[in-house]
Each structure stands twice: as C-alpha cells, then as structure tokens.
Design a protein around this ligand. Structure first.
Ligand code: ADP
Length: 923
C-alpha cells in the first residue's frame, strides 16, 4: 500500500518534470533566439551583422555574421563594419573572441589584445566578450577588426554596440542567464550532498549512494557554469582555460558509471570496467595529444564526443538490459532519471556538433535536474525502508522482551515455590541424604533464578527498557550491604577480605541505590568466583564536584586474572573466557554486560586492569547528585528534622484519662501505634481514613490527633484543614501530629505551614511516639508510677533469633522487628497478621490500579506499602515500593507496568515468609 503511494508519486513527479522540461525548452528557445523578446529596447543595444571581409589572399567581400573563414594558408582576417549613426555616451563595442586582435577607427587603435596577456598557464582561453570603448564621434564611422588565425581560421560573431551596462545585461540574457543560474543551483546542491555524504561516512561510517551521483552532477554543472558566457559577467573573471572545459566534459562520465554499477549491484561490472577503460583512454590520449601540440582538442572534438556518446550509450544499454531482466525494482526511480539524462545527453551532443550558434547545455541541465530529483527520491525511499526495517526490528525486540518478562515471571513463581518447599524439607528432615539432595535443589534453583533475572535484565537493557530510578539513599548503608555480600561469599571459599569504606561519604546521595548495589555485588561475586586463594579487596572513594559527587568503587582480587587479548570482549553478553578452565564455575557471561550497561546508563565509567594469573581490579565511577537540602538535612540518620525538645520527656507514663485519635489507612500502622501506646492506657480511637476521622471528631474531644499524610482522598492535610475549619468544633484547636515518611527538612516547614503542630517520621519509634503524645497531653491527665517500669528502650536489645527455622537472610528482619517492639513476640505477631491481611487486600488492589491506569492512587498505595514495610523491617520491599511510589508520582506508568509483576511477586514472597514465621510460632 505504502509502496504504491511512492510509485504513484514518483510517476507524477516524472511526468511533471518532463512537462516542466518541455515548457522550459520551448520558452528558452523562443526567449533566446528572438531579440524582440528581450526586455531591453533594441535601440539601446544595436547589433552589427554586416561586414566587409578581407585577408591577405582575397579582396573585400560582403558577409553577414556569424561566419567562419577556413584557414587555408591565411593568418590574418580583417572584418570592417559600420558603427551605427547614433550611439549613446560611453558606448562600447562588444565582440566575442579568443585570439590576437586589433580594433581601429581611421588608423586610431581602440583596443589591442594578445592571448599571452591572459593569466592562463600554457592554455588556450575560452571565447569571451571583449569591450572596445567608443567615442560619441565614432558614430557612423567604419571600425576595422584584425584577427590572428585560430586553429581553424577566423570567426566573426555578431558585435553589439551600446552603453556598457545595457550591453552586459543584453549579453547576459542572450547567453542564457536562466540556464546559468540553474547550473549554479545544481552545483551548490550537489556539493552540499557530497559534503553531507562525507560527514555521514566519517562520523557514522554510513554510505550514501547519492554521493556518487552528486559527484557526477557536480562535475557536469561546474563545467556548465564555467563554460557559460555569463560566467565572466557574474564572477568578473574573463579568461578561463578552454582546456578545462574539455577535461571536465571527458571526466563527467566516470561518477555516473560508478553510480550505475553500484545501484545495479555490480551485475555488469565487467562491461562497466570496459566502458571506464575506453573513456579513460579517450581522455588520456586526446589530452596527451592536445598538450603535446600534435592534435588539439578543437580538432579532436568530434572524436572525443563520439567516444563519450558511445560511453553514454553503453550505460544506457546496460540499464535497459537490467530493467528488461526485471532487476530494476530496487532502483526504479533512478532508472527513469538516468534514461532521461542519457537520451538528452545524446541530443545535446548532436546539437553541439550541428548548430553553430546556440547556448549550449540547456538540454543536459534539464536531464540533470530530472536525474537529481529521482536520485533523491530513490535515496529517501531507501532511508525510509531502513527506518521501516529498524522499527520492525525494535517491535520484534520489544515483543521478545515482553515475552521474556512475562515468561520469566511465570517461571519465577513456581521456582519460588519449589525453593520454599525445599526449604521446608531441609528444615524438617534429619536424613543426611535428603539434606544433601535438598541442598543441590537449593543451589540449582537459586542459580536458575539468578539466571532468569539476568536474562530479563539483559533483554530489558538491549531494548532500552531499563530505567534508572533515582531517589535519596544512604551510600554508607549501601556500601555495608555490599561488604556483607563479600564477607559471606569469601567466607565460603576461605578467602581473605579487605574492606575499606570510603571516607567523606555523604549521608545522603541521590541515585539508583538498587542498581548501584547490583553493579557492586556483581563485581564482588565475580571476584570471589574467579579467585581460588588470596584476598578480595573492596574499597571506595567519594569526591565532591560542582554538581554533586563522584562515587568510586574498586574490587580487586588475587585470582586467575584476564588475558590481554580477552579484555576487549569481557563486557559482551554471553561472553565467558577460558571455558574449559572455568567449567566448574557457574555463570552465564551476562553479569559484566549488565554491569556495563547500568554504569553507562548512569553516565559512569567502568574499567578493568588485570594481570593474567595474578588478579584483576575492576573500578567503577558513578556521578551522583546531591541536592543541598537533601544532603545535610536528611532525616533517617539522626532525625535532624524532628522536634528535639522530646529528649527531656520521660516516656514511662500512664494517661488513662487521655483520648487520642489515630488516623491511618494502613491496618498494620494502626496496630503499631496501638501497641506502642498500649502501656500508657490512653483511650485510643482509630480511623481508617479522613472521612471517618471527621466523623469521630464531631463526637469526641481528643487531646492529640496522630494523622497519616498519604491516604486516599481526603489525605492527611485535607483532613486537617477540615478539622481546623470546623470553627467551634470540638477539635478545632486539638494538636495534630503528622506521621509521614517525607522526612526532609523542607517538609517540616511545609507541614507547619499547613497547620500541623508537630511531625513524626515513619517508621515510628516507640519512645518518640510516646514522648510526642506526652508533650501534647494536658499535665493533669498524665501520671507517673512511683516505681519505674522497665524502661522502654529506644534501641531494644537484639533478641535471640526466634524459634522458627526461617533462613536468617529472609526478607523480614525479624530480630530487628522484635527489638522495635521490646521483644514482645505477641505484639509483633499481631502486627504481622495485619500485614498479611493488608497485603492480601493490597496486592489485587495495586494490580487493578496499575491496570486501570489510576497512577495517582497507585502512588498513595505504594507509599503505604513502603511505610508498612519499613516499620515491619522489610527494607528491600520497602525500597521497591518506594521506587514504585516515585515512578507513579512522576507519572511513569511504563516503569510501574514493567515492574508491577516483580513487585507483587516480592510482596507475595514477603507475605509467604511472614505466614511461615507465624506458623512456626504457633507450633
Ligand atoms: P559470568 O556469569 O561468566 O561470571 P560475567 O559477565 O560476569 O559472566 O563475566 C564474563 C567473564 O569475564 C567471565 O566468564 C570470566 O571469564 C571473566 N571475569 C569476570 N570477572 C573476572 C575476575 N574478577 N577475574 C577473572 N576473570 C573474570
């Protein structure tokens, strides 16, 4: 369908070009041969055509110009003509000539010229116009022009008399100014394409066939520009080497032969070679004869043109043969153009050799334009074709990625179940054989899982679907996590470990923590994998620069090293070295390729130095941003933004009279607060959203309200505004503390401006919450027991690992969670039960929100997951949820959809882990 449109357009263009050509030929012919058509009145420029001719052999004879007298032993030709009776001031007589001449009136010499005056090295000048100055009293007198013999003899063209300016204008028009301009345009366009082609070739190593044809057109049009009589008026250069025009004519054919040969895919290369040799000999032989003075170009013109015509005919025949054979589909547009140009060139050659006085080149120019237009169409079609193919390839790639993504998700889920079940087996059996088998299942399953993840990563990267999602993170914590990977890996192989944490590491950086960790752990895993004995060293550096930091990591090992010749391919996907030697080392050859792509996506750099047999060092440099208020004012390292007057408050109080309202849409958060406040005995009401809170506020007077920020409509801020705007309402002036995870200094001011009394960051800590509530309780409602209870620790002692046999590196940090709740397993279980219920509701909700495109609400829900997971000590899921929240807030639905399944699978895995934990506790 698209092809036919192009075909039709090309045919229409072809017909249009032919029509334009026909009209312009008729117009030019009429315009240039009919003096009356010139816009200058005849009286202003007068033409002398009647002459009396004499030479040393014959007596006077009347002739009419233009005329030619054969040499036949003559060397002087005298033409006498009458200057018109009335001539304007400052008149000149213009004559076309290229030999020695003298112009005189009554023995007074007006102009004398010798070709040796022309600044052309050894060459013959082309015919050009000479201007002989006349006086007004020369009117009516006889002017005598004496010419030296040219190669053929003597020539007398028409002479023109008039004011110099008018004569120039007249001559410009007479000699095809339009044609000259057209040649000039062609010259500039073709030169532009040649330059563009060269740039493409140099920068992108791309070949454009159009360049060859442009070269041909460039040579042809430059010949036409230089050969035109108008040239001298435009460029003020009178003497052009006549030889040059012959040379250019002879060389025109070569680029065209090369172009035809290339578009016909070298099917007739022998014939084209023969044509090239013939034309080359033609050029060399006749140029040699001319330069040596044996046989001048002027004499050999006919032969030259015949051989040139044969070359053109040869190209034409080969092209026709190719078209007839049905091979021209790939270059059909240009074939039209070529046939046209060839026919017109032959017409031009015939005309040059038969018509004496004529502005040459018009026919060829028209042919060149037609060819040029078609060659450009051809090139555009090719570029378009490349574009279509690229789109198709991209589409295929994207489909492949979608397939891989969904397939790997489908595979991951059962593998997770297999691994989970296997873990149960390992837990329950004491049989060493079964334990051994289960261990193998575990290793292979884990390996399979990581392979699937790698394949997924690579296909995403290859299709440019991998996104770098930046957020604030703690680089110190990330470094520790990577170091832990090294310690664990190295201890299994009994390798020594050296870890040097970078100094000057800022507390917060802005970047993609998960991906950076992926890069570093990949390098660490490789170092451990490919080292049998010795040490693996992991260090880093951090430099400040104008717009942030440069984070550097170095991973060195004393392992097998990499050969010099293998260095180049090390980052290519599926590239593994020394397969035989490494056959026992598990790997896919994808790790480093993923690492490199990720580093490049982050505008970083990765380098490797290695000595074969001694070890390798991989170094990574990653520029990271650090927004000012996010560096020093970060919250999670010291709660710098929180109210520090809390330090003097004793949290061990009871306040059974006090009434507190808790507003949060997440059940587990509700339970956390409830459990924390339990010991104080306060009367706690819980609202699951803004609307419910408003209802409760209408009937109860609260001493403090604890308000979550991110909730589905109305959110915490809107709810606060509504409570405050209820003038005379029971809670219009109740202190409201916001509980939020937006813990940056800027946020504090913002929340204050919104009307909140204070601010608690999530995950909420027990002591801080108690102190905060205490701060706003009326003193008369607060009591301290005379004997102090067990103090509520801010950092509870780490309990023993619970009695369940859950793996220590599971997604939930149970010990930390227990510590948060003073090692009260009951409380923790209660909270975790809520987390499960909530999760069961949230997983389908998140999927539904993502599928329906409700990205705003999705952000709110993901935010909720982030908060719950961080307060229940599930850092990795909290992190993932944070990425989703950020992406959703930025409206990046692509990221959300691409990563939804893996997010939900991770969520599901966490729930499963918690279920296992709870089951273990019950039994
Ligand atoms: P693999 O999954 O095979 O480890 P990678 O892409 O991570 O794939 O690495 C590609 C190849 O580079 C490896 O197969 C290994 O031959 C070589 N290589 C990577 N890291 C090291 C290292 N620290 N020491 C020696 N060789 C290494």
């Amino acid at each position: 369908m698209k092809r036919t449109i192009i075909d039709r357009t090309a045919t229409i263009l072809y017909i249009a070009a032919m029509a334009v050509y026909a009209v312009s030929i008729i117009y030019m012919h009429w315009f240039m041969t009919n003096d009356k058509a010139l816009p200058i009145p005849r009286e202003e420029v007068q033409v002398i055509r009647e002459w009396t001719y004499t030479d040393q052999l014959t007596g006077p004879e009347k002739i009419t110009s233009p005329t030619r007298v054969e040499k036949d032993g003559r060397d002087t030709f005298v033409f006498e003509g009458k200057i018109p009776d009335s001539i304007p001031e400052g008149s000149v007589l213009a004559i076309l000539n290229r030999v020695n001449f003298t112009a005189e009136i009554d023995g007074r010499i007006l102009r004398k010229w010798d070709p040796s005056e022309a600044p052309i090295i050894g060459g013959t000048p082309k015919n050009s116009y000479f201007f002989v100055p006349l006086r007004q009293d020369d009117a009516g007198k006889t002017i005598k022009l004496t010419f030296k013999s040219d190669i053929f003899g003597g020539k007398m063209f028409d002479a023109f008399v008039g004011n110099r300016y008018e004569v120039v204008r007249y001559l410009e028009l007479k000699n095809g100014a339009f044609q000259f301009a057209m040649s000039l345009v062609l010259l500039v366009c073709s030169l532009g394409i040649i330059i563009a082609g060269l740039v493409l070739k140099i920068l992108f190593n791309q070949r454009m066939k159009l360049v060859l044809i442009s070269m041909g057109i460039f040579v042809t049009s430059s010949w036409m520009v230089a050969d035109s009589f108008v040239f001298q008026f435009i460029f003020r250069i009178q003497f052009i080497d006549g030889l040059m025009s012959y040379m250019t004519t002879l060389s025109i054919i070569f680029p065209f032969i090369a172009y035809l040969n290339s578009i016909q895919e070298y099917r007739y290369r022998k014939w084209y070679l023969i044509l090239t040799i013939v034309e080359f000999l033609n050029m060399m032989v006749f140029t040699g004869l001319h330069i040596s003075g044996v046989y001048s170009f002027a004499q050999s013109l006919l032969w030259l043109d015949i051989v040139l015509g044969v070359g053109v005919l040869g190209c034409m025949v080969l092209t026709i043969v190719d078209i007839v054979k049905g091979n021209s589909a790939g270059y059909r547009f240009v074939a039209y153009g070529f046939l046209c140009l060839m026919i017109l060139t032959i017409i031009e050659i015939v005309l040059i050799n038969t018509v004496v006085e004529r502005v040459e080149g018009g026919v060829i120019i028209a042919g060149l334009y037609i060819l040029f237009v078609f060659a450009i169409i051809q090139q555009l079609v090719e570029i378009r074709q490349i574009g279509i193919e690229r789109d198709r390839a991209n589409e295929e790639g994207a489909a492949k990625t979608r397939f891989l993504a969904s397939m790997s998700h489908e595979i991951r889920t059962p593998i997770n179940s297999i691994l989970g079940m296997n873990e149960m087996i390992m837990k329950e059996t004491r049989d060493p054989d079964i334990l051994n088998y289960a261990g193998i299942i575990n290793d292979s399953g884990t390996m399979l899982l990581s392979l699937i993840n790698d394949v997924l990563d690579v296909s995403k990267i290859e299709n440019d679907m991998e996104e770098i999602v930046c957020a604030n993170y703690d680089p110190g914590r990330m470094f520790d996590a990577a170091a832990e990977v090294l310690r664990t890996g190295a201890s299994k192989k009994e390798l020594a470990v050296k870890i040097g944490k970078p100094r000057n590491l800022p507390k917060v950086l802005y970047g993609d923590e998960k991906r950076i960790l992926q890069i570093v752990t990949n390098l660490i895993t490789n170092a451990v994998k490919y080292t049998e004995e010795g040490t693996v060293t992991f260090t880093g550096e951090c430099f400040e620069q104008s717009d942030g930091y440069v984070l550097c990591f170095y991973v060195s090992d004393t392992g097998m090293g990499i050969k010099e010749e293998d260095m180049d391919g090390i980052f290519d996907p599926f590239h593994r070295l020394e397969l035989r030697k490494n056959q026992n080392i598990q790997g896919t050859g994808l790790g480093l390729s993923i690492v490199k792509s990720l580093v490049e996506k982050m505008n970083g750099e990765i380098n490797v130095e290695s000595t074969y047999g001694k070890g390798s060092t991989f170094s990574v440099r990653l520029p990271q941003k650090a927004k000012e208020d996010e560096i020093s004012d970060k919250f999670n390292s010291g709660n710098a933004v929180e109210d520090d007057d809390l330090s003097d408050i004793d949290p061990n109080y009871i306040a059974p009279e006090a009434r507190v309202l808790e507003v949060d849409d997440n059940r587990s958060n509700q339970v956390v607060v409830r459990e924390f406040l339990k010991a104080t005995g306060v009367q706690l009401d819980i609202a699951s959203g803004g609307t419910e809170a408003l209802k409760l506020c209408k009937v109860n007077r609260y001493d403090v309200i604890l308000m979550d920020h991110m909730m589905p409509h109305p959110d915490g801020i809107e709810t606060l505004h509504m409570i405050r705007s209820d003038e005379g309402g029971m809670n219009a002036s109740t202190p409201v503390v916001i509980l939020t995870a937006n813990a940056l200094r800027g946020s504090r001011a913002e929340y204050e401006a919104e009307g909140f009394d204070n601010y608690l960051s999530k995950p909420v800590e027990s002591a801080r919450l108690l102190k905060m509530v205490r701060k706003y309780l009326p003193p008369d409602k607060v009591m301290y027991k005379p004997k102090k209870r067990t103090p509520i620790s801010e950092n509870g002692p780490a309990p023993d690992t619970p009695g369940t046999a859950l793996p220590a590196d599971g997604p939930v940090d149970i010990p930390a969670l227990l510590a948060r709740f003073d090692n009260k397993e009951e409380t923790v279980s209660l909270i975790l039960e809520e987390v499960i219920k909530e999760g069961e509701r949230k997983i389908p909700l998140l999927r539904q929100l993502a599928e329906s495109g409700d990205i705003k609400r999705y952000a709110v829900e993901a935010h909720g997951v982030k908060g719950v997971m961080s307060s229940t000590c599930v850092p990795s899921l909290s992190d993932t949820a944070k990425r989703h929240e950020l992406a959703a807030k930025e409206g990046n639905a692509g990221y959300v959809n691409d990563n939804l399944e893996s997010f939900l699978a991770e969520y599901e895995q966490v729930l499963e882990y918690i279920r296992e934990y709870l089951k273990g506790r019950k039994t």
